[in-house]
Design a protein around this ligand. Structure first.
Ligand SMILES: [Zn+2]
Length: 207
């Protein structure tokens, strides 16, 4: 099995997108134009080949036992890309209710809880979904940004993290618009910085 791990150097310091031939960190054109509300994002894999099959098996086919491998990968990446001593809590991305009913579990909560145990940082659900956005699949980047506006609400306990840094866990980052909206909601509840980690990303690379 060949897993397309994302590089750890030559990355946009905000969205984590890679650019060939660059060292260190930079700010990519998309982040300069659209200013995502999260402060930093990192993903373990690109959503390709075997990684796509594994993530889909976990997400849609009850392969919950993959959580331990995914949590190992998330932990390794989190230790490289984030200063974990700054992180006050780990926040699972809430799933849309119909999805949770269909699957019977929230895969992001499972991952967030496993990562939380490994790094010794508490896991707190600080967000809930409100309303039902149209599915993001098939939408343009601009339509995705509009589609997710107002789809989250912060729970009251988010105020305990005012001025602090939290790490949101999601399974897949596509354009980052959902993560950005989640970060905006957390920040409007007072959270200081929002970092995000996902198992996979299908974000267009700058290679
Ligand atoms: Zn960027």
């Amino acid at each position: 099995m060949r897993l397309p791990f994302t590089p750890v150097d030559g990355l946009c310091r905000r969205c984590g997108r890679a650019a060939a031939g660059l060292d260190g960190e930079f700010l990519c054109e998309d982040c300069r134009c659209h200013r995502p509300q999260y402060d930093r994002a990192a993903s373990v894999f690109r959503l390709e080949n075997d990684a796509r099959d594994l993530v889909n098996a976990f997400k849609f086919r009850d392969r919950v036992h993959l959580r331990s491998d995914f949590a190992d990968f998330l932990e390794g990446l989190a230790r490289v890309r984030f200063r974990l001593s700054e992180v006050a809590c780990i926040v699972p991305m809430p799933s849309t209710t119909p999805h949770r009913w269909l699957r019977g579990y929230n895969q992001c909560a499972i991952l967030a809880s496993a990562l939380s145990k490994r790094v010794g940082i508490p896991c707190r659900a600080l967000l809930k979904r409100v309303g039902n956005p149209a599915r993001q699949g098939g939408l343009s980047e601009e339509d995705r940004r509009v589609n997710v506006v107002g789809t989250f609400a912060a729970l009251r306990k988010a105020s305990a993290f005012a001025g602090k840094t939290v790490l949101v866990v999601d399974d897949i980052m596509t354009t980052g618009s959902t993560l950005s909206e989640a970060a905006k909601t957390l920040k409007s509840a007072g959270v200081g910085k929002v970092w995000a980690i996902t198992v996979a990303r299908s974000l267009r690379e700058l290679l």
